[in-house]
Design a protein around this ligand. Structure first.
Ligand code: NAI
Ligand code: NAD
Ligand code: ISE
Length: 334
């Protein structure tokens, strides 16, 4: 029997995931949607023959919904994930799991109380072919030990609702999770540098920002977060090892040679850059629910990322290197 999916948040990524579930992924279809933007969500519900619910809570409680996808704004994630756990329903939550570590901890505690893993976090970089190849090179020690990582996370533009802390909470959080997964090491410290700003930013956003992370074995990571870079959606991750370097390429399927130039396109946005990763993420999420064994990023991964995120906030506010300490991983997540 196909799983009935309820989606809370029918904005940019909500719409993408709905199409993905209905048109690409086997074993599930969207039966219900909810959004505070009632007109838009009702019209979407009509188009896909789904039921519209006034609130996320009603959607979660409904018998029309077996499993839940949360794609509403970051500060709303925690309450919907807690509600889904209360109803014993599997829930896929876009990143961040909550906007601070205290919120993520409440989710971890609720899941432990429920006695079962129900939550998966939308850290889709783990499903990207480039990152998977990097991980393989690191794990097989093909070029010896990794020593340093040089990374960048660039978006073409950010609007006036995008504020300074979101560079970490909404954007850099992808690297915070993906690099810990890549290296299989926790972080021990974070530093933040606020360099000269682009004229394309606004008063409430310091752009760009630089993050420096150190892992337990001493690997140093520098990450540039630049969300008004103008030229496209650009993700870099170069891993410098003892005898070689391995790094991400921009996925391009064609090139143009003309007028004395040879060039490939830069992806315009996250939808295009990570389309295959999102597809694969959802395919495996549905399959893992069908077999009763979640395999994707857990609530604990969401919590660990949020502890790091909090440390970055402190490092930015104080200008100091901030230590990161994690409690022991609970048995449910080992
Ligand atoms: P968006 O602003 O386009 O859509 C968010 C939607 O949530 C809006 O339609 C809004 O009306 C709705 N919403 C807000 N509060 C709500 C509430 N309490 N109940 C129901 N609906 C509510 O934002 P976008 O870009 O779609 O991002 C949504 C989430 O997805 C964010 O958490 C973001 O961090 C995440 N995201 C993840 C990406 C990834 O690469 N994994 C890419 C883009 C977004
Ligand atoms: P968006 O603003 O386009 O959409 C958010 C939607 O949530 C809007 O339609 C809004 O009306 C709705 N919403 C807000 N509060 C709500 C509430 N309480 N109940 C129901 N609906 C509510 O944003 P987006 O770009 O789609 O991002 C949504 C989420 O997805 C964010 O958490 C973001 O971090 C995440 N995201 C992840 C990726 C990724 O690469 N994994 C990419 C984009 C967005
Ligand atoms: C967005 O929410 C995402 O998650 C994208 O992947 C990221 O690049 C962007 O900065 C965020 O706003």
């Amino acid at each position: 029997m196909d799983l009935k999916v309820g989606v809370i948040g029918t904005g940019a990524i909500g719409i993408e995931h709905i199409k993905r579930i209905n048109e690409k992924v086997q074993g599930a279809y969207v039966t219900a949607v909810s959004d505070i933007n009632v007109e838009q969500a009702k019209s979407l519900a009509n188009q896909i023959s789904a039921v519209f619910f006034e609130t996320g809570e009603e959607l979660i409680a409904s018998t029309e919904v077996d499993i839940v996808v949360v794609t509403s704004w970051d500060p709303t994630h925690e309450k919907y994930v807690l509600e889904a756990i209360k109803h014993g329903k599997y829930v896929f939550c876009e990143k961040p799991l909550a906007t601070d570590s205290a919120g993520c901890k409440r989710i971890v505690d609720a899941e432990i109380e429920a006695g079962k893993k129900l939550v998966q976090v939308g850290f889709m970089r783990r499903y990207d072919r480039g990152y998977i190849e990097l991980k393989e090179a690191i794990e097989t020690k093909k070029f010896g030990e990794p020593l340093m990582l040089h990374c960048a996370h660039r978006n073409p533009t950010a609007d006036e609702n995008y504020l300074t802390p979101m560079a970490i909470i909404n954007t850099g959080i992808h690297e915070i999770d993906a690099l810990r997964w890549l290296l299989q090491e926790d972080y021990v410290s974070a530093q933040m540098i606020l360099p000269k700003q682009t004229s394309f930013t606004h008063e409430k956003l310091h752009d760009p920002q630089m993050l420096i992370l150190e892992t337990a074995s001493g690997i140093h990571i520098d990450l540039e977060i630049f969300v008004n870079c103008q030229f496209g959606y650009d993700i870099k991750c170069d891993v410098v090892c003892e005898t070689g370097e391995v790094g991400l390429e921009d996925p391009a399927y064609t090139h143009v040679k003309a007028k004395g130039k040879n060039y490939t396109k830069v992806a315009p946005d996250w939808q295009t850059r990570f389309v295959e990763a999102y597809d694969y993420e959802f395919e495996l999420w549905i399959r893992s629910i069908q077999t009763g064994n979640l395999t994707g990023p857990t609530a604990w991964d969401g919590y660990v990322a949020a502890v790091t995120m909090d440390a970055c906030g402190k490092a930015r506010d104080t200008g100091e290197r901030t230590l990161i300490q994690l409690p022991e991983c609970p048995a449910l997540y080992k």
